[in-house]
Design a protein around this ligand. Structure first.
Ligand SMILES: Nc1nc2c(ncn2[C@@H]2O[C@H](COP(=O)(O)OP(=O)(O)O)[C@@H](O)[C@H]2O)c(=O)[nH]1
Ligand SMILES: [Mg+2]
Length: 254
């Protein structure tokens, strides 16, 4: 619980028995629940996650996007935070990101992998792939997001119905950022975080996922629907005479 908001962490996992316990061990106390989405694991991911205090939900349709969407549906919190089950994203940074989210009245924050505390450097091919994908996303959508492929973001659950998430695979990461950042009624921010060394093997198929994500960026550009500003509930101004006034709904100014 943080400032009256329940906080859920959603972690998609496909065979992360080595990483998930380490990630769980670092969860700060303000986290109300951790939802581990077991995506067709053949190892002890579910068992280890349960023992570490996570609620495990099963998604049998294989894919990062399927796993995320199952996790969002199961999460009970007011704010959902995502990260991988492999030790690369720091649970330690959740309190700071939450502080900024509530202080600045932001609805969606994506975490930019800034540099590794452990000194581990990403492979040149990953860095190049990331640069190409993020550059393409900026050019196509005119949004300044440096790390389009980050797996850590957080959002207020109330905005979920506004996000049109069509990807069932790795492209969900870029898609959710596009959907949020291009929405006129959703306030977004990218914030830097440290990242750590990966525990266990990467599940990414660099070439296949890389090219598919590039193709998806272009396809999505044509599919992107113009969205209306969000309906927000505006509290009435409390005066002595207007005590009993009902909340009124109106379209948000931005
Ligand atoms: N690639 C992939 N990852 C999945 C899938 N389902 C769940 N995951 C999890 O999603 C996270 C991201 O995958 P990962 O291998 O870490 O990709 P990377 O961070 O780009 O190296 C990990 O926690 C995976 O276990 C899936 O079908 N494909
Ligand atoms: Mg990862």
């Amino acid at each position: 619980m943080y400032r009256g908001k329940r906080i859920s962490v959603v972690i998609p996992c496909h065979n992360e028995e080595d990483g998930i316990a380490a990630v769980m061990a670092q969860m700060p106390s303000i986290i109300d629940e951790v939802v581990v989405v077991d995506n067709n694991s053949t190892d002890r991911t579910a068992e280890i996650a349960t023992a570490a205090g996570a609620r495990v939900v099963t998604e049998t349709r294989k894919g990062y996007g399927y796993a995320h969407k199952a996790g969002y549906a199961a999460a009970k919190g007011d704010i959902i935070v995502t990260m991988d089950g492999d030790g690369t994203y720091p649970p330690d940074s959740v309190p700071l990101l939450l502080y900024v989210m509530l202080e600045e009245k932001v609805d969606f924050i994506t975490a930019r992998r800034w540099y590794s505390k452990s000194g581990e450097v990403k492979s040149p091919i990953r860095l190049l792939g990331n640069a190409i994908l993020s550059g393409t996303m900026m050019a196509l959508y005119f949004k300044f997001i440096i790390d389009s492929q980050s797996g850590m973001w957080m959002f207020k659950k109330e905005i979920l119905p506004e996000l049109d998430l069509t990807s069932n695979g790795m492209a969900l990461s870029e898609e959710i950022k596009i959907e949020a950042f291009t929405h006129p009624g959703i306030r977004c921010l990218e914030m830097p975080i440290y990242y750590g060394a990966r525990i266990g093997e990467s599940k990414l198929n660099i070439w296949r996922d890389g090219f598919y994500n590039l193709f998806f960026l272009v396809k999505k550009r044509f599919m992107l629907r113009k969205k209306q500003p969000r309906l927000r509930v505006v509290e009435p101004i409390r005066t002595a005479t207007a005590e009993a006034a009902e909340p009124i709904e109106r379209r948000a100014a931005n």
